[in-house]
Design a protein around this ligand. Structure first.
Ligand code: IFM
Length: 445
């Protein structure tokens, strides 16, 4: 398998998954019983003052967008369940919500689109948040009970499960940066939540397997590949290493080897945590560059882009996404050490004009192809996202969709990238002509 963008098309393995990814609150519409539906109404919480509102109208008609996926030749889609719909009050499960999710999963399968389901993608029921959410130890058993209900009602329609999407982004935004609810930046609380997320993951992993022994269970892990902004500066290097340890190493040490490393624990093996990833999902957007700052509450660094490079549309917090396909390759190389199947469970960029997305998409898929050529067991790629959706703190001001959406009218307008992605998915290959036409740079060796 060659990765040089030359005259030959670059084939992907037979059965490779070409999909899109979404989350409940961002697409369903009319979610009014989770903590984000309260938070987004607070003045100043969302950059453009918007709310998710009807979002992409999926609670009523996801099927119309599933038709669009099928028309693009996609064969997988990753969505999340809204816990607050399934369990609107503690211990009371809503059959109508479960029936709606069954209908959605069936509709995907009828279109030959393999459904993937995440249990948690940043939102919690208000009742849980009121009890302290992920700070409260009881969340672990509650999350496992919800996982069991989901598996019992939906497990026959879905094999691929994610307990969490980006658990440490959720932790970092809520308890380190304080940007997302519950906005409680505090190191002791952050450590407590980290432990509850790990315990919740393991408990849900075992609950899903108990209900469906053939289920495959993993997470979508945000991968950053932190690098020093000033490559030779010792403090930047230490700060980057520290972030890698906290954001990447700790999670895998626990869920692969069962070891809670400091500051989570003393490294003793905990059997119930070990081996709780049947596959590894990588969410990759860009490498993060780290500049030392003497502030322990910011984990001794702030993130900043190098002065050069191509940037996507800027959001309201943090540096804009920077074109860096080598970071995807490095992320795959990092997780290969865990010897599990790998999926790229998210990748994309905010680019309302679609002026960069086609080339960036091709460049990242070229990096992915390089990983395959090196022998990595990567089995699928999920683009974030099919249709513009509610982008958390940035509301409707950042547009990640292959298809543009006017949320007021629900009018959809495909961007050129949609057709490009369809061409790749249908061919199960990166056509040499496209790599050439878009002048996609090859990766350094
Ligand atoms: O929209 C988010 C998604 O919810 C989680 N991963 C990153 C995406 C783009 O910011």
């Amino acid at each position: 398998m060659s990765t040089s963008p030359t005259d030959a098309d670059l084939a992907f393995p037979p059965g490779f998954l070409w999909g899109t990814a979404s989350s409940a609150h961002q697409v369903e519409g009319d979610n009014t019983n989770n903590q984000w539906s309260l938070f987004e109404r607070r003045p100043g919480a969302i950059a453009d003052g918007s709310i998710a509102g009807r979002a992409c109208n999926w609670w009523t008609d996801a099927e119309a967008d599933f038709d669009r996926m099928a028309a693009l030749g996609l064969n997988a889609h990753r969505l999340s369940l809204e816990w607050s719909r399934i369990e609107p009050q503690p211990g009371r499960y809503d059959d109508r919500a479960l029936a709606r999710y069954r209908a959605m999963l069936l509709a995907l399968r009828e279109r030959n689109i393999q459904p993937w389901v995440a249990l948690h993608h940043f939102t919690n029921p208000i009742w849980l948040e009121t009890m302290g959410g992920w700070e409260n130890p009881s969340v672990v058993a509650r999350f496992a009970a919800y996982a069991r209900i989901a598996a019992e009602h939906l497990g026959d329609l879905c094999t691929m499960w994610l307990t969490f999407n980006e658990p440490l982004v959720y932790l970092g935004q809520g308890w380190v940066r304080g940007l997302w609810p519950p906005q409680r930046p505090h190191p002791i609380l952050a450590r407590r939540v980290f432990l509850h997320l790990l315990e919740g993951h393991a408990a849900a992993y075992h609950a899903l397997h108990a209900a469906h022994p053939t289920a495959q269970v993993g997470i979508a892990k945000a991968m950053r590949r932190f690098a020093p902004l000033r490559p030779r500066h010792p403090a930047d290097r230490v700060a980057a290493r520290l972030r890698t340890y906290l954001y990447e190493d700790l999670w895998f040490a626990a869920t692969v080897h069962g070891r809670l490393l400091p500051p989570l624990g003393q490294g003793h093996r905990q059997a119930h945590l070990a081996g709780t990833l049947d596959f590894i999902g990588i969410n990759y957007y860009a490498r993060r560059y780290v500049h030392f700052t003497p502030n322990p509450l910011r984990i001794f660094a702030h993130e900043e882009n190098p002065p050069d490079g191509e940037l996507a549309d800027a959001g309201s917090h943090g540096p804009p996404t920077r074109l860096d396909p080598a970071g995807l390759l490095e992320s795959i190389r990092y997780v290969r050490q865990f010897n599990q199947p790998i999926y790229i469970t998210e990748h994309g960029l905010p680019d309302a004009a679609d002026s960069r997305r086609p080339r960036w998409l091709l460049a990242h898929l070229l990096a992915l192809h390089r990983a395959l050529a090196e022998g990595a067991d990567v089995r699928g790629y999920f683009h974030w996202t099919l249709v513009d959706n509610f982008e958390w703190n940035d509301g409707w001001s950042l547009r990640f969709g292959l298809i543009a959406l006017d949320p007021a009218t629900q009018t959809r307008t495909p961007r050129p990238s949609a057709q490009l992605y369809a061409t790749i998915a249908r061919a199960n290959a990166l056509p040499a002509r496209l790599l050439h036409d878009y002048a996609v740079p090859n990766l350094a060796e």
